[in-house]
Ligand binder design. Structure first.
Ligand code: PMP
Length: 386
């Protein structure tokens, strides 16, 4: 009714996109109060106590005023040091602190895109890439993934040859749990070097990598001017609600992104910046413990799914697993609806992550072992009825 009365014309590009499929499904779950939800990317750990205390101290010390647009210099310096431990070199003046990785992605895409620009995104990927691009009147084109969720390099190269201006990489991946291998990093290096393309590499789960070595296209200094590195602290310090992320890139890019950031949010939350500084200095052991716990849960969930007969790729990072449900002859949404109403477990339909995600469901395993055990038991019972 409201729609009819409202004569004001909204922005068409915004009207045309839908709210995230992850949230949509999360909202459905509220109708089933006894269901176990494995839908969100919110780690179940408490924020490390030193981070909490630093935030409290920042409030008490009156550090609740605007910070520099780019963020407090102490944190930018510490991020620079931290990135160097991953062989990624940006100095403090090449870093901007943002309101979560989300605002980082938004400010970057807004700073880069003109109407009609093509953005190359993974066929199964974090939904914000496509939605933000569309809101900014850009066009998304996809590159395919192989069966093990690694990049299909030929498909990516074709997308670039077909005129993509921006390429988005996302490792460790939400929702597949895949990592970038050394070989793929090296192939990408060559492609990026030889082509006129700018790369956004979203590495917000970098602290949750279950392998010994970490590979990123941001590790090459000779293509550094084409790389925009996006990350944040939501997952690293289990502080999704505290809203802190960052962008690292060359100054020419950063000067533009800072304008978007300035008019959008002015600066990231001041007190949380002091918390993240403490975290980077003193809480990396806590991060390691969280990672080990996620790895254990991943092993558990993976083997239980295999035992149930699911076709599933073993994740190497982040805290998601994406089993195939193709053999059940249902869409991912039908499967998730049925699993919720009949099995009492909520997972996210793979279709929420792009067309390539159809035929899969995403399980977040960043929930307690107890919830995971209950959920997997219920999934088994449900699957046995199919
Ligand atoms: N990138 C990816 C791949 C994500 O999964 C998320 C959050 N789920 C974000 C960016 C944004 O994170 P935030 O804004 O909470 O820092």
């Amino acid at each position: 009714m409201l729609g009819k009365e409202l004569s004001f014309k909204m922005n068409k590009s915004v009207e045309a996109i839908e709210i995230s499929g992850i949230r949509k499904f999360f909202n459905k779950v509220s109708k089933y109060p006894n269901a176990i939800s494995l839908t969100l990317g919110q780690p179940d750990f408490d924020v490390p106590s030193r981070v909490k205390n630093a935030i409290i101290k920042a409030v008490e010390d009156g550090k609740s005023k605007y910070t520099a647009n780019a963020g407090i210099v102490e944190l930018r310096e510490e991020i620079s040091k931290f990135l160097r431990t991953l062989d990624i070199n940006y100095d403090k003046d090449e870093i901007m602190i943002t309101v979560g990785g989300s605002e980082a992605l938004f400010s970057v895409l807004m700073g880069l895109l003109n109407k009609g620009d093509k953005v190359l995104v993974p066929s199964i990927g974090y939904p914000a890439y496509e939605s933000i691009t569309k809101m900014l009147e850009g066009e998304t084109v996809v590159y395919n993934l192989n069966d093990d969720f690694t990049i299909n390099i030929d498909s990516l190269e074709e997308g670039i040859k077909n005129g993509a201006k921006v390429l988005i990489l996302s490792y460790p991946s939400n929702p597949t749990g895949a990592l970038l291998s050394k070989e793929d990093r090296d192939s990408l290096h060559k492609i990026i070097k030889e082509n006129d393309v700018t790369v956004i590499t979203d590495e917000i789960y970098s602290s949750l990598c279950f392998e010994d070595d970490y590979y990123s296209v941001a590790q090459y200094n000779d293509i550094k001017d084409k790389i925009i590195y996006v990350s944040g602290f939501s997952k690293m310090f289990s502080m999704t609600g505290l809203r802190l992320g960052y962008v690292a890139c060359n100054k020419k890019f950063l000067n533009e992104f800072i304008k978007v950031h300035q008019y959008g949010v002015s600066c990231a939350p001041s007190i949380v910046q002091w918390g993240a500084l403490e975290g980077l200095k003193y809480c990396l052991d806590d991060v390691e413990n969280m990672k080990n716990s996620f790895k254990e849960r991943m092993e558990y969930v993976y083997f239980e799914l295999v035992k149930m007969g699911f076709d599933v790729v073993k994740p190497k990072g982040a805290f998601y697993i994406l089993p195939s449900i193709k053999k059940f002859n249902m869409t991912s949404e039908e499967f998730c609806d049925k699993l919720l109403s009949e099995g009492g477990v909520a997972c996210v339909p793979g279709s929420a992550f792009g067309n390539g995600g159809e035929g899969y469901i995403r399980i977040s395993y960043c929930y307690s072992k107890e919830s995971l055990e209950k959920a997997l038991k219920a999934i088994k019972q449900f699957v046995d009825t199919l």
